[in-house]
Ligand binder design. Structure first.
Ligand code: MF3
Ligand code: CO
Ligand code: CO
Length: 261
């Protein structure tokens, strides 16, 4: 345990950085386009076009982590309101004024992976959904601040949980961040909650995602019959932001930073 986490070479980090920059460009392009009336299927189409135009491929499309699971049918995940993650885009699913939606984009460019997601406000959501989106972003940033070489991965979950607790939100436990870069999901799992399991040491040139899923209500999850869509058991709102980071000599560099977040 511990030796299974890949330490990336500088050349690999250069490649991963380029893949991450493509995810940033795609997520940026959605900022002005996501509005009431557009469908999550259209969001998927916009992303697919940009992935193809860049000569990349979607890591999500046909992704099948286990033989008994159906392959993921689309290029990105779109998770609306009480959907926590892995929402399947649909041309029948039109966004409405006041919705919040997470778009999660993972591309493979020249064999390197870049994984990031953001929340988008549709029209004018109320105070609770806005606060939840801001709170979930604060949780992500607190987690990133806890990335310090020599510290343990458990410090990331502790920082996120502390922030969520302060706001009265809950942290989803069934889904986690992950090493990434050469594969979609590499070791280690990044737990977003306070725990004593993540005892491995954070070291320079490790690359991983932090992607806390934060619920307005209880933390518990339910998987829909489509085999992918994860929703809050109590149907409360959920928000998630995700960055891919590389560990530096002193902290973390956010490879999927967009300049303002
Ligand atoms: N991008 C997600 C993550 O952050 C994984 C999506 S898997 C998919 O790890 F198949 F649903 F796309
Ligand atoms: Co991820
Ligand atoms: Co992702």
């Amino acid at each position: 345990m511990g030796s299974d986490i890949i330490i990336k070479s500088d050349a690999q980090i250069t490649g991963i950085r380029q893949a991450c920059q493509l995810t940033v460009a795609i997520l940026n392009s959605l900022e002005d386009r996501i509005k009431p009336g557009i469908s999550t299927g259209l969001i998927d189409q916009w992303c697919a076009e940009q992935i193809e135009a860049a000569g990349a491929i979607s890591a999500a499309l046909n992704y099948q982590p286990a033989a008994e699971q159906k392959p993921f049918p689309n290029s990105v995940c779109t998770s609306v309101n009480h959907t926590i993650c892995h929402g399947i885009p649909s041309h029948e699913k039109q966004l409405r004024d006041g919705d919040i939606v997470n778009v999660d984009v993972t591309v493979v460019l020249d064999g390197y992976y870049g994984d990031s997601s953001r929340m988008y406000l549709v029209g004018n959501p109320g105070t609770l959904p806005r606060s939840l989106c801001t709170g979930a972003h604060n949780c992500l940033m607190r987690g990133i601040e806890a990335v310090v070489p020599g510290e343990r991965f458990a410090s990331i979950g502790a920082a996120i949980q502390e922030e969520a607790d302060q706001c009265g939100y809950s942290v989803v436990r069934e889904y986690c961040g992950h090493g990434t870069g050469l594969e979609f999901h590499e070791p280690p799992q990044i737990l977003h909650y306070r725990n004593s399991r993540s005892m491995q040491i954070i070291r320079p040139n490790m690359v991983f995602t932090i992607e806390p899923m934060i619920n307005a209500g209880e933390r518990h999850t339910r998987l829909l019959a489509d085999g992918w869509t994860v929703v809050t058991k109590d149907r409360s709102l959920s928000a998630q932001w995700e960055h891919t980071v590389v560990v530096t000599d002193t902290g973390a560099e956010i490879l999927t930073a967009n300049g303002k977040a």
